[in-house]
Design a protein. Structure first.
Length: 266
């Protein structure tokens, strides 16, 4: 039986660990030819080897590297149908204690990296008959978290540019859809490292990433990367052909619960 993204060529940034790794694995399992990129060459190359994908070293803030990678994909694969702009970083800090340098770094990776990815991938995707762009935002662009001001700003930029890019693709007749994902708290190296920096946050009760993804009924647990990868496969596939310029909040209902209830359940 054909996979859900059989025959598609997919590029996933930040694919060496966490959500990007899960997205790359899920897309490959459903038949896509996957190009994985990351600054972490060792882990990226290992995962690419495990799933039959191709790894390319990439810092998503480097404009020239984006141009080279898209040209290489055109030469090696002849097409590009799916772009997952997943790479991102979080550097905790409030508006008063965050340095401007750290703020700019968060903007550079999440916001500028996504801008560059879309800018240089769209011509090849259009030439390939269209496809799907999936931009990784966060619930941080929707909720009020004092401790991650730069991250919230970067993800807000991703959210806004996603709608503009979707409109541009529609107006241009490209058949390229563009949507943003807004995960809640998912058990990845990013969250584990963040947890170490914050006294009121623990990942001790996190589910094993290899276990089945928790469902929304299990309030208060961390999500697992597969919760996000399932939606990535859906948006990459033709099953979502009529969906563009939308935001997908994937947080087990966390952002919809009034704070006192969330606290009572913890
Ligand atoms: N984990 C969560 O709870 C959560 C929630 C909401 C949104 N997100 C977003 O999902 C994405 C993935 O998060 P994660 O939790 O898997 O993070 P992670 O830190 O576990 O993994 C991120 C990967 O991106 C790579 N990366 C970092 N900077 C890069 C750069 N400049 N160029 C290329 N690659 C780079 C890292 O090497 C790493 O492999 C991020 O955009 C993050 O903001 C995560």
């Amino acid at each position: 039986m054909a996979g859900r993204v059989e025959g598609k060529v997919a590029l996933v940034t930040g694919a060496a660990k966490g959500l990007g790794e899960a997205d790359a694995r899920a897309l490959a399992a459903e038949g896509a030819r996957v190009i994985l990129t990351d600054v972490d060459t060792q882990a990226g190359a290992r995962i690419a080897g495990e799933i039959g994908g191709v790894f390319k070293q990439q810092d998503v803030t480097d404009e020239t590297r984006w141009q080279t990678i898209i040209a290489e994909i055109k030469a090696e694969f002849g097409a590009l149908h799916v772009l997952v702009n997943n790479a991102g970083i979080v550097l905790p800090g409030t508006i008063e204690n965050q340095s401007f340098k750290r703020y700019q770094l968060e903007i550079a990776v999440s916001a500028n990296g996504t801008f560059l990815g879309c800018k240089y991938a769209i011509p090849l995707m259009a030439e390939s008959g269209g496809g799907s762009i999936i931009n990784m935002a966060s619930v941080a662009s929707k909720l009020a978290y004092s401790a991650i001001v730069g991250y919230a700003a970067a993800k807000g930029a991703v959210e806004g540019m996603t709608r503009s890019i979707a409109a541009h693709c529609l107006e241009s007749g490209y058949k390229i859809r563009c949507n943003s994902l807004h995960p809640g708290t998912i058990n990845t190296p990013m969250v584990q490292n963040f947890g170490r920096q914050s006294e009121d946050f623990t990942v001790a009760a996190a589910p094993d990433p290899d276990t089945e993804a928790p469902n929304a009924a299990e309030v208060g647990v961390l999500g697992v990367p597969r919760n996000i990868a399932n939606v990535v496969v859906f948006l990459a596939s033709d099953e979502s052909a009529f969906i563009t310029a939308q935001e997908f909040v994937i947080d087990g209902g966390m952002s919809m619960l009034p704070a006192p209830l969330v606290n009572a359940l913890q």
